[in-house]
Design a protein. Structure first.
Length: 52
């Protein structure tokens, strides 16, 4: 049986993965190198302030 804490952690993990996928697609759409990962710094992570 899963506790509510585990369920929340799983939901948070799923949301983070979704945000990373969105940011990755924005990076590629902007002409980013598909073999390179953005540094992840603000301004190079392709995320909005709200997503960050």
């Amino acid at each position: 049986m899963m506790t509510q804490s585990n369920t929340i952690k799983q939901q948070q993990t799923q949301r983070i993965l979704e945000l990373f996928a969105i940011a990755r697609q924005r990076y590629l759409d902007a002409g980013g190198n598909p073999r390179r990962t953005p540094r992840g710094l603000k301004g190079d992570d392709y995320m909005t302030d709200e997503e960050r």
